[in-house]
Write a protein that binds this ligand. Structure first.
Ligand code: CP
Ligand code: NVA
Length: 311
């Protein structure tokens, strides 16, 4: 009997040891660049725009000897031009692994249920697991270890926040998440992050107090007030998120030299000031760079090639 295909649809699909293993693999591969993806092809099916996710997947897979094919939003029409189950089964006849950027989490779940090849969530409304892996790989490079270090996410309880919370809690960190009322993380993600923190010896605190979350934090992370697909809510969100900005005043509460993080694209002047993102403590472009290495670690692992990538 063949083993079931493994996917990365949610940050919770990997247990804490596996998440730590992905970061280690990403760091090793960044140094050694083993040609383990020779003969393998990755497809990217994107229903939303992307700079970083697309480029990092394409560059990473090619650097390790593989090839890629990108399908733009107007070409795929997942669930519109064609039923999800037909897209999933067709793509699996051409390539070995697929990254899907779409709207609802249920789309990527339905896609995976019909896919005979591994599926990677390249961003949905609910989660952005590849982003979180790159973010913590970046911090691991900076700090050498992650457990016990404190990090605050302040802002919308969105896709980036959900994957951030579950991944940080899996790594035994002191995790704080603060969002305006009405924009907190979904209940399921709060429960997942709390139980992972309890299991790893970390801590997970969430609430609506911006300053309490940032107080003494060694890294401060934020994301946009209005995500892709929410453009019609932008005006309302500008009102509800007023004051939820990473700026010089807020950073006074953080630990001295605290890292400043953002997944990008940033809306400077809304969730973060230009001054904050340009500070020497800002590591946003290290996060960008490490998308490549976190994602090839995922590709290698889902293809069952981790043993060949060297230890
Ligand atoms: N951070 C991120 O996923 O960026 P893109 O939307 O440009 O891929
Ligand atoms: N929350 C943002 C992340 C972009 C990478 C969005 O979904 O648009």
């Amino acid at each position: 009997m063949s083993t079931p295909v493994r996917h990365l649809l949610s940050s919770a699909d990997f247990d804490p040891d596996e998440i730590a293993g992905l970061l280690d693999l990403g760091m090793r591969v960044k140094k050694s660049r083993p040609q383990v993806l020779r003969g393998y092809e990755l497809a990217l099916l994107f229903e939303k725009p992307s700079l970083r996710t697309r480029m990092s997947f394409e560059v990473g897979v090619r650097m390790l000897g593989g090839s890629t094919i990108y399908m733009a939003p107007q070409e795929v029409g997942i669930g519109e031009r064609e039923a999800i189950k037909d897209v999933a089964r067709a793509v699996a006849r051409y390539v070995d692994i697929v990254g899907v950027r779409t709207f609802g989490q249920s789309n990527v779940e339905e896609y995976a249920s019909f896919s005979s090849i591994p599926v990677i969530n390249a961003l949905t409304e609910d989660e952005h697991p590849c982003q979180a892996l790159a973010d913590f790989l970046t911090l691991k490079e900076k700090w050498g270890s992650l457990a016990g270090h404190s990090i605050a996410y302040v802002g919308d309880g969105n896709n980036v926040a959900a994957s951030f919370a579950v991944t940080a809690a899996s790594l035994g960190m002191d995790v704080r998440v603060a969002s305006p009322r009405g924009y907190t993380l979904p209940e399921g993600m709060l429960t997942e992050a709390s139980s992972r923190a309890a299991a790893t010896g970390g801590s997970f605190n969430h609430g609506n107090d911006l300053h309490a979350a940032v107080s003494g934090a060694e890294a401060v992370y934020t994301d946009v007030w209005t995500s892709m697909g929410q453009e019609r809510e932008a005006e309302r969100r500008r009102i509800h998120f007023a004051g939820w900005q990473v700026n010089a005043e807020l950073l006074e509460y953080a630990a001295p030299g605290a890292f400043i993080m953002h997944d990008l694209p940033a809306h400077r002047g809304e969730e973060i000031t230009d001054e904050a993102i340009e500070r020497p403590a800002s590591i946003v472009f290290d996060q960008v760079e490490n998308r490549t290495w976190a994602q090839v670690a995922v590709v290698i692992t889902l293809l069952g090639l981790a043993g060949e990538a060297g230890s």
